[in-house]
Design a protein around this ligand. Structure first.
Ligand SMILES: [Zn+2]
Ligand SMILES: [Zn+2]
Length: 338
């Protein structure tokens, strides 16, 4: 089968490799659509701490079940079903796993990072991770459920949305999806900032109030909009050091800062502001199964098309990594395999 594999830092190729076997209590999925994520880019450039070459990347995907090997007679899914996959593999016996928060398992692994994933014609996955999706959903929508689940989980971790003004720092796919979730919950004003004018144009088209941080100070704009009080809530989706340093200046006293991005190094943070304003900082990691299921229900209500900037065929899928490193209008890159 054709598969895009990570072979060495900055080397990924579409090759012909053996089809994976369907193991016991697994299903074999014929992949139709898979999204390239920032994490895949981190793997590609050789900066992911766990991923080892050769690896078929890809953890955001949708496809069709072609084979099932189940020890139970009544499996919830059947051959021919259109499905997506909750790609988290947790250990099952650490504190987190025993306390219903297995997404923060101390030994968390992912399909497409720690074992072969979905940038391929076929992928084998444990049966209990498969989620069926409605017939009227497209495979491309199915591939966007995973990043949407990140945003849905961030919203859940933020608590009851009783805020009026929200700031989203970073207008990549996750920042935009957080913005769309905020809109969906009826938040009055959402300001999305970035340093990339192309990305901001996309956010503007989606109806957000945007700000280019290379052209001024975001704090000034937030103060102007909020009568110098600060935003009720800030979602940090940029993963950059300047964004981390600024986030506490953007929020009002007793406001919340939600960490959505993963910082590669520990950035400087204004701890004094956290004390003086009694700011609540909330960390978030991937998603729970319930946020994933909620994302599956929500995806059809969102203008998901607006997030897909490029579609590539599996044959030239490696181009996706070049695209994502260009300062152009690149949002979600989808690999189609048919
Ligand atoms: Zn992802
Ligand atoms: Zn665990």
């Amino acid at each position: 089968m054709k598969a895009l594999r990570y072979l060495a830092p900055n080397v990924a190729k579409t090759e012909n490799i053996e089809e994976p076997l369907c193991g016991q209590d697994e299903a074999l999925i014929r992949v139709h659509s898979a999204g390239i994520c920032g994490t895949d880019l981190a793997i590609f450039v050789g900066k992911h701490p766990r991923a080892k070459a050769p690896l078929v990347m890809g953890h955001e995907f949708a496809g069709e079940i072609v084979e099932i090997k189940s020890s139970e007679i009544d499996s919830e899914v059947t051959v021919g079903d259109k499905v997506t996959v909750y790609p988290l593999l947790s250990c099952g016996h650490c504190w987190a796993c025993k306390n219903g928060v297995s997404h923060v398992c101390r030994d968390l692994k992912l399909i497409g990072i720690d074992r072969d994933g979905a940038f391929a014609e076929y992928v084998n996955v444990p049966l209990d991770l498969i989620l069926k999706f409605p017939e009227d959903l497209t495979y491309d929508q199915g591939a966007l459920i995973e990043p949407l689940a990140v945003a849905v989980h961030a919203m859940e971790m933020a608590g009851e949305p009783d805020w009026q003004t929200a700031v989203v720092v970073g207008s990549g796919p996750i920042g935009l999806l957080v913005g769309l979730c905020l809109k969906h919950s009826g938040i009055e004003t959402t300001i999305i900032s970035d340093i990339n004018a192309h990305r901001l144009k996309r956010a503007e088209k989606l109806g957000f109030h945007t700000f280019n941080s290379t052209e001024g100070n975001l704090v000034d704009l937030v103060n102007e909009v909020t009568h110098k009080e600060g935003a009720d809530i800030v979602f940090e989706c940029a993963g950059s050091s300047p964004a981390a340093l600024q986030m506490c200046d953007l929020v009002r006293p007793r406001g919340k800062v939600i960490m959505v991005s993963v910082h590669k190094e520990p950035p400087p943070v204004d701890l004094r502001a956290i004390s003086f304003k009694e700011i609540t900082m909330v960390g978030t990691r991937v998603y729970t199964l319930s946020s994933y299921q909620k994302a599956l229900q929500m995806i059809k209500d969102l203008p998901f098309d607006a997030l897909i900037s490029h579609k590539l065929d599996i044959g030239n899928a490696a181009e996706g990594f070049e695209l994502m490193q260009k300062p152009e209008d690149v949002c979600k890159v989808i690999i189609n395999i048919s």
